[in-house]
Design a protein around this ligand. Structure first.
Ligand SMILES: O=P(O)(O)OC[C@H]1O[C@H](OP(=O)(O)OP(=O)(O)O)[C@H](O)[C@@H]1O
Ligand code: HPA
Ligand SMILES: [Mg+2]
Length: 179
């Protein structure tokens, strides 16, 4: 796996420090509220589990699985809900936890769905942001790192379901997917 990485962008330690920083900010900003924290599977599973441990307000969690990349480095443009929430979002302060915002299609679709279902507020936290590739107008409320326009893997992010277990985030060598 390591041989397929062109460059490590952020180490496990750097990511850990950033996650704690985001958790402290969210704890302060959500004081007095009881957010429903939604993990966007699969990519956000590691960030979600690290992040919620650093948030000090009472919260509930749920999971939604969506996919648009499949075994490609480009969005198919079609966001598919593979697993829906178990609970209702009506009247809830929702915090969506994403690993990466790239084109923005996944999140703009999810925000629409959650607003239509009557959530009281929808807040976005993403660990990684790749603003250069945005095709829809979307800004996260909280973000960890801004990434260059390269396909990255690790810390939950995959290429064709591989590399999610790397503890850092790195640029995938183009020869891995340009075959
Ligand atoms: O802003 P976008 O261009 O929509 O890209 C971001 C989304 O793409 C990835 O999910 P993917 O579809 O690969 O599913 P996965 O999380 O199961 O890997 C990633 O985890 C985000 O959810
Ligand atoms: O750079 C990326 N890597 C992995 N998954 C992704 N989904 C959107 N962008 C990316
Ligand atoms: Mg993926």
């Amino acid at each position: 796996m390591q041989n397929d990485i062109k460059e490590v962008l952020y180490s496990e330690e750097q990511i850990g420090a950033k996650v704690r920083e985001l958790g402290a900010q969210l704890s302060a900003d959500f004081e007095g509220r009881n957010p429903l924290v939604i993990c966007v599977l699969k990519g956000a599973f590691i960030f979600m589990s690290d992040l919620v441990k650093t948030i000090t307000v009472p919260l509930e969690i749920d999971f939604m699985a969506v996919s648009s990349y499949g075994a490609s480095t480009k969005s198919s443009g079609v966001v598919k809900i593979i697993k829906d929430l178990d609970v209702t979002v009506e009247g809830r302060d929702v915090l969506i936890v994403e690993d990466i915002i790239d084109s923005g299609l996944t999140l703009s679709y999810l925000i629409d769905v959650l607003e239509h279902r009557g959530s009281k507020s929808v807040t976005i936290v993403t660990l990684f942001d790749k603003p250069a590739r945005r095709t829809v107008d979307l800004q996260p409320h909280y973000k960890g790192f801004t990434l260059p326009d390269e396909f990255v893997v690790g810390y939950g992010l995959d290429y064709a379901e591989k590399y999610r277990n790397l503890p850092y985030i790195g640029i995938l060598k183009p020869q891995v997917y340009e075959k």
